[in-house]
Unconditional design. Structure first.
Lengths: 315, 220
């Protein structure tokens, strides 16, 4: 464990936890402005969270521990990912966990916990949301694994820190077909996994179409605050992963104060830009029919697979 | 041109070929498919252009320009005219195999192409021959589009995809098969598209639509 790794391990979760609601605020604000509304301001998600955290904790009758533990599991797994993935520094605090398979498994664990909580409530919407989420995640997980695996083939290691470091040393790799195919695949699965348009609309609670909102419909008070915070953090983590796997510039490689400050600023800038681009894209997209979603995800899986094939044969 | 830039540009053009072939399979709107096909023509011309720059061959450069005009200009324009003539009712293809399954089939076809092309690559390992599996994948995807689509126009795109793949393989393995042969092949393709376009129009006039399955049934 190097000094750089420790600095990253302390800074990254703080940055992600504090910045995630702001990122959601930025995306909502960008959307509101483009739709001709004034918008509630960037700080609104934090104000919402503060309000929810002050409320009394209440759970529906008949729910078990699964329902109560799911928000904690969701936040905890996302925090661990925020600690280990190279966002601000190239070194990781817990190097063995900064592995492609471990990180994807942690993220999937959070999703499964929420789906189980949705089933645990026993309501129609909870079960419906859980079943839809499982349909999506069944195609998202393999694509996520295969797309990042395509990048790791050239490096010879599935450690995310070494993938980022090697892209930093050899910038020409970014415009290879392997990177391009993997990037397109990753963008599609990130949109699907974080429940954005065209897969899921985070702004509505329409019974027939909602996926993520249906699962967390029964949460209230501090639990809902945790779920909201965790989904904002997951969005940040996914966008950060996308940014640093393909455009790692600005990340701190030494433990000096200036380099670390640069790393923090670069990470914040990249993630905010990606969030704004996502919001602009959402304005122009309509929600896809649920039956068309597997089609979209199968396409992204094919692109990821072609990226792996190309990394073996074109090189 | 240095070795690494050459390899990178070549790989990038091949990536473009592959991506556009997948997009043709992915999208449903015929107008989008035609636009993607035009993009593939650009990628193919870029591929030949890179080879021409590598070998400093004026003849190959002329072929690249010709390919650009034919495959990114004339053929998409002809297809677009056929689409406009068909009216708004024919905007969506109804494939025999649904899109998700055909995308997974394309993944299998890509792996098959890589497996089959290995002996070819082993004959003369070079950056250009390493990209042969990409051309073969485009050929197989084109063939798949040809057999699983119902609309005459999307079958036509499948046929042209097949031809794009064959052309790509030809240039990647032999670095040009002579201006005369290439000219002959290009004219052949142009003629085929013209004939098929007329055929499609006739079919629509006779049967009211260009669904080829309709031809299997007897009509008064």
């Amino acid at each position: 464990m190097s000094a750089l790794g420790v600095v990253g391990g302390v800074l990254q979760p703080l940055l992600v936890a504090a910045g995630a609601p702001l990122l959601v605020g930025v995306t909502r604000q960008v959307r509101a402005r483009l739709e001709g509304r004034a918008g509630p301001g960037v700080g609104q998600p934090w104000r919402d969270l503060r309000k929810l955290l002050r409320k009394e904790a209440i759970t529906p009758r008949g729910t078990s521990e699964v329902f109560r533990l799911a928000p904690l599991v969701l936040v905890a797994t996302t925090l661990v990912v925020a600690v280990v993935v190279p966002f601000v520094t190239t070194d990781s605090a817990l190097d063995p966990v900064a592995d492609l398979f471990a990180v994807v498994a942690l993220l999937a664990l959070g999703t499964v916990a929420v789906a189980l909580a949705g089933l645990d409530t026993g309501t129609a919407f909870g079960g419906m949301g859980a079943s839809r989420e499982m349909t999506i995640i069944a195609l998202v997980e393999p694509t996520l694994l295969v797309a990042i695996f395509a990048l790791s083939v050239r490096v010879g290691s599935t450690n995310l820190a070494s993938i980022v470091a090697s892209t930093l040393h050899d910038p020409a790799r970014v415009i290879s077909p392997v990177s391009l195919l993997a990037a397109v695949a990753l963008i599609v699965v990130i949109v699907a996994e974080t429940g954005r348009l065209p897969v899921d609309n985070p702004a509505t609670h329409l019974e027939l179409t909602m996926v993520h909102e249906a699962m967390v419909l029964e949460y209230a008070g501090p639990d809902l605050a945790l779920v909201e915070l965790a989904s904002a953090m997951r969005l940040t983590v996914f966008l950060g992963l996308l940014a640093n796997l393909f455009l790692p510039w600005g990340i701190a490689t030494t433990a000096t104060a200036l380099a670390v400050l640069g790393g923090v600023l670069a990470f914040a800038l990249k993630v905010t830009l990606l969030g704004a681009v996502l919001a602009v894209g959402e304005v122009f997209l309509a929600k896809l029919r649920l039956f068309r979603v597997p089609e979209l995800l199968a396409g992204s899986f094919l692109l990821a697979l072609l990226a792996v094939a190309a990394s073996f044969f074109l090189a | 041109m240095s070795d690494t830039t050459y390899t990178q540009l070549l790989d990038l053009a091949c990536g473009g070929l592959l991506l556009t072939a997948v997009l043709v399979l992915w999208r449903r709107e015929l107008a989008v498919i035609i636009r993607v096909f035009a993009l593939q023509g650009v990628a193919l011309a870029a591929l030949v252009g890179v080879l021409a720059a590598r070998e400093s061959s004026v003849e190959l450069g002329a072929v690249a320009v010709g390919l650009l005009v034919l495959r990114a200009g004339v053929l998409p324009w002809l297809l677009y005219r056929a689409l406009v003539g068909a009216g708004p009712a024919l905007r969506e293809t109804r494939p025999l195999v649904n899109v998700a399954a055909s995308l997974l089939a394309a993944a299998v076809l890509a792996l098959l192409a890589y497996a089959v092309a290995q002996p070819l690559v082993a004959l003369a390992p070079a950056p250009a021959t390493h990209a042969v599996p990409v051309g073969l994948t485009v050929v197989l995807i084109g063939f798949f589009v040809l057999v699983t689509r119902r609309r005459a126009l999307s079958q036509l795109v499948g046929f042209l995809l097949l031809d794009n793949g064959i052309t790509a393989i030809g240039f990647l393995t032999t670095s040009g098969i002579g201006l005369l042969v290439e000219l002959g092949v290009s004219l052949d393709v142009l003629l085929a598209v013209l004939v098929l376009q007329i055929l499609t129009t006739r079919m629509r006039e006779t049967f009211g639509e260009a669904d080829l399955d309709e031809l299997r049934e007897l009509h008064d």
